[in-house]
Design a protein around this ligand. Structure first.
Ligand code: ADP
Length: 544
């Protein structure tokens, strides 16, 4: 074979920043600050200069290539500087979800052997609480100036003082192997201990490229992007990298994630594109609907992390003209796996067909290979009917966990996602369930996501979860857990009758319980494990 004669330039995260500074120097980054609620704005040119200073400050602190540097922070410009500075010097950025329990945070930090922790003022108490339990931790830094340094952390350093201590921003980003680790994210570990996914520069840059394809997120220079998805949740789905390549404006909401604040920021900053898990949109839509407001610039939203109910998609698209892009992925996949954009053959689909399609998680992004297999590991056909374990492989998919064994990686080089799915002849993948959430009635599977999606179309339903509860005759039967919209009435029988003709008769849940709220995990997803435990002893009505 003959070697190509192209330059062998490593794909490094610092290259993204260098490009943005050159190509889009005046594009803005706008952030709601944690310490004073003020709106901070600067440009990519400023970001690049500050990131160089931060890099020098990190080195001055003694942080070395390979060291893990943790953050517990909202979406904001200082967090963005750390994204580039930490990875840029060859250290590893470890983003931590503040919604985890402090003992779990300490566990993760000990597992990662973090040497420094950077927190927003909001999380000063958390820093003070976990620091004594993490032996490897040498530095605690609060992301603010001296004036805002919290009383709880007398030993912590001020981020702004560290930056100011650098006389200038003269710094050359080092070149190294693109396979060097760049970031570390732990899965939320709804079962068992959290597991670390260790991204590389190469995987991060390739993922950022892929996200920019027109049928993926398709960000453009003219876009203004507000990632609602946190920078501590799988790197905000890569948006902090992709936006810089595209030259899009970045708008960070900081801690102000209520519907009113997000809406006002979207309006004032001309936001055209946003991304987040389904639950975050409920508050936003409620605010917009109750106050009779309109989005004047918002055009597209990516919804993923859990199934985007068709009813939610329709509200956005029909009432507000905002296009919803249903996406699927996971921490182990950086996270993008599939995105739902139509193909040419679907140009004339009816409204019904369109939303049947949009209930699916979409087509695999180039770079992500998918297959579904049965229990014996045999590959199943792409016919939209056969369902099995969804396995993936590709350059931005984990090949193993950080310092932890797992049976999720197959001998022939695939990663088992733990999701159960169908794939149709057009390549559209549909998750029927998470492996551990499957409902097995009389030996047959019932798709909990389909059950939830169907009832979400009822005007009185705010949130829904279908869970498996033990049943004497059938093994398991679906129990429907519902949250009603404020001021709405709905009975058990009305809810069950709503399923008539929409799903197979034997799929219709065997009972309904109403609750005030569903338990949500650290990434805003419904905690079905908790629901199953809560309703484990549920008594089925007479005759069920
Ligand atoms: P965790 O929820 O464990 O923190 P992730 O955020 O990586 O981890 O979640 C990945 C999982 O979320 C997927 O395996 C899948 O079960 C679920 N998920 C993500 N997107 C979707 C979607 N669009 N529809 C249904 N499930 C989804």
């Amino acid at each position: 074979m003959l070697h190509g004669l192209m330059m062998n330039q490593p794909l490094l995260i610092s290259g993204i920043l260098r490009f943005a500074e050159r190509a889009h120097p005046t594009r803005e980054v706008v952030s709601r600050r944690a310490e004073d609620g003020a709106l901070h704005r600067y440009t990519y040119r400023d970001l690049a200069a500050r990131a160089r200073k931060v890099a020098k400050a990190l080195i001055a602190l003694g942080i070395k290539p390979g060291d893990r540097v943790a953050t517990i922070a909202w979406n904001g410009y200082r967090h963005l500087e750390l994204y580039y500075a930490v990875s840029g010097i060859g250290a590893v950025l470890h983003t931590i979800n503040p919604r985890l329990h402090p003992t779990q945070i300490a566990w993760i930090m000990n597992h990662a052997q973090d040497t420094a922790l950077f927190v927003d003022t909001t999380f000063a108490k958390l820093l003070a609480g976990v620091a004594p339990h993490v032996a490897s931790l040498k530095h605690g830094v609060v992301l603010c100036g001296r004036a805002h340094m919290p009383a709880e952390t007398p030993d912590a350093l001020s981020y702004e003082e560290l930056v100011d201590a650098q006389e200038d921003d003269a710094f050359e980003w080092p070149e190294f192997d693109e396979n060097i680790a760049s970031c570390l994210c732990y899965t939320s570990g709804t079962t068992g201990n959290p597991r670390g996914v260790l991204y590389s520069h190469r995987s991060t840059v390739l993922h950022a490229y892929a996200a920019l394809m027109p049928d993926v997120m398709g960000l453009r220079a003219v876009d203004s992007v507000l990632p609602v998805v946190p920078m501590f949740h799988v790197n905000a789905w890569g948006v902090p990298y992709s936006a810089l390549i595209a030259g899009a404006k970045l708008v960070f909401p900081g801690p102000a994630l209520d519907g009113k604040s997000v809406f006002e920021l979207m309006q004032s900053e001309g936001v055209t594109f946003s991304a987040g898990v389904p639950t975050v949109w409920l508050g936003l839509l409620q605010h917009v609907e109750q106050n009779n407001l309109r989005f004047s610039t918002l055009k597209r939203c990516v919804i993923g992390g859990s199934a985007a109910p068709v009813a939610l998609q329709q509200r956005f698209e029909r009432e507000f003209g905002v296009e919803i892009l249903h996406a699927w992925g996971m921490t182990e996949m950086s996270p993008l796996g599939t995105l739902n954009q139509p193909i040419a053959a679907q140009a004339s689909e009816s409204e019904d067909e369109k939303y049947q399609r949009k209930a699916k998680q979409g087509r695999g992004v180039f770079g992500v290979h998918m297959r579904i297999v049965d229990e014996a590991g045999k590959e199943l056909p792409w016919d939209g009917q056969a369902f099995g374990a969804l396995q993936v492989r590709g350059p931005w998919i984990a090949s193993g966990y950080f310092r932890s064994e797992s049976g999720a990686f197959t001998a022939d080089g695939w990663f088992d996602t733990g999701d159960v799915a169908t794939i149709d002849a057009n390549g559209f993948m549909k998750i029927t369930d998470r492996n551990k959430d499957v409902i097995k009635s009389g030996g047959e599977w019932i798709g909990s996501i389909d059950l939830e999606d169907a009832i979400m179309k009822h005007p009185a339903v705010a949130m829904a979860a279908a869970i498996a509860i033990a049943h004497e005759k059938w093994g398991e039967r679906p129990l429907l857990v519902l949250v009603k919209k404020p001021g709405q009435e709905l009975s058990r029988d009305e809810a069950l009758a709503f399923y008539e003709g929409k799903v197979a008769k034997w799929w219709i849940p065997s009972d309904v319980v109403f609750v005030d709220a569903l338990p949500l995990g650290a990434t805003g997803k419904v905690l079905k494990t908790e629901l199953r435990a809560k309703f484990a002893g549920h008594r089925w009505p007479e005759g069920v």
